[in-house]
Design a protein around this ligand. Structure first.
Ligand code: FDP
Length: 341
């Protein structure tokens, strides 16, 4: 018997007595929008949709036509859902405030419509990431931004879709991580990866190593230790340059994905809300961990919807080794400081 994404979400929701079906309806909006996006991605070269719009988004990056299409598809499919009070997109400077004052509005959703957009024109895997929060206890109080400026630990669901050799939707609503592959013949996401567990250790580390002169000694030493065989194996390297694709491989095969702070991006490049939070939620649900270099990503209190962060995410063994390197580095620094006084 096959299980579709829709059936799976409905079954999950049925476990909660009194559930209204609104969450299932919201997730169906994501499924629909990502099917529209994947259709456009697959036709990209043919539909003359490739190339840049020669305009910058608020992050100062050149917007791609597919970015714009993906953003509009998600906003269109989700803004029809009365249960959503606020939408925040990586592509929009400000959140889109819907019926946040209505008692029916119970959720906030944030997303990156097309992650890895520098890979669009070269037919390399890209993806959509999303995360969902419940409205704050008093939805009428204060700034509507409070709906989305919640620590990642408060996400009630998160996930992504990768548009790769197949289209795969991975999500968690706090009860394990599940993956669904789009069957193009029937147009449905079919359960293909039930209860994904991140392997305890993996064969790869994934980082843009060309920046090794731009990130600190902590990361240089960590990579050196991974290469040294101290963890009982020799590592190989994989780096696609689309976070969502690099994370998808890490989730299924294990290992570690790293985007550290660099001299170009002193607080990291990836977005806390749209990129780091969803993958951190999935990693923890699957038995792995995610850090910003000093604390678990899910504990970071955001102060800006477009805030950037460093991200280190992966398997238990590689993450434990990373934490050991953080401690060594701190010990070294305090030793140096003592020696200087
Ligand atoms: P992109 O700029 O192509 O949209 O944060 C966006 C992101 O891709 C990530 O998906 C990816 O991991 C990272 O940037 C790649 O950045 P570098 O080119 O600096 O490695």
């Amino acid at each position: 018997m096959i299980t579709t994404f829709q059936q799976h979400v409905s079954q999950e929701q049925a476990r909660f007595p009194g559930a209204s079906g609104e969450f299932t309806w919201l997730m169906s909006g994501i499924a629909l929008a990502t099917k529209m996006i994947q259709a456009e991605v697959r036709r990209a070269g043919l539909a003359e949709i490739l190339g840049s719009l020669d305009q910058m988004n608020i992050q100062g990056e050149v917007q791609q036509k597919l970015d714009v299409y993906a953003n509009e598809a998600l906003i269109h499919c989700l803004s029809l859902r009365e249960s959503i009070g606020i939408i925040a997109s990586e592509e929009n400077e400000k959140p889109i405030i819907l019926a946040h004052k209505s008692p029916n509005a119970r959720y906030a959703i944030v997303f990156d419509p097309l992650d890895g957009s520098s890979n669009i024109d070269v037919a390399v895997t890209i993806g959509t990431t999303f995360s969902i929060f419940r409205r704050p206890d008093d939805p009428h109080a204060g700034d509507p931004l409070e709906w989305v400026l919640q620590p990642g630990r408060k996400q009630i669901a998160a996930g992504y879709v990768v548009y790769g050799s197949s289209t795969v939707l991975v999500y968690s609503a706090g009860r394990g991580v599940h993956g669904f592959t789009l069957d193009p013949a029937v147009g449905s996401y079919i359960l293909t990866h039930e209860n994904i567990r991140l392997p305890k250790q993996g064969p790869y580390y994934s980082i843009n190593e060309a920046y090794c002169d731009k990130f600190g000694d902590l990361y240089v030493n960590y990579l050196k230790r991974l290469r040294s065989g101290v963890l009982g194996q020799c590592y190989s390297s994989r780096f696609i340059g689309s976070m969502v694709a690099d994370f998808h491989r890490t989730l299924l095969r294990g290992g570690v994905f790293i985007y550290p702070a660099t001299t170009d991006f002193p607080t990291g490049k990836l977005r806390l809300l749209y990129e780091a939070n969803p993958v951190a939620f999935l990693a923890e649900q699957a038995g792995g961990r995610a850090s910003d270099g000093t604390q678990p990503i899910l504990d970071v209190q955001p102060h800006d919807i477009h805030q950037r962060t460093a991200l280190i995410v992966g398997s238990e063994i590689e993450m434990a080794e990373f934490e050991r390197c953080v401690q060594d580095c701190a010990g070294q620094r305090s030793g140096d400081a003592r020696a200087a006084t």
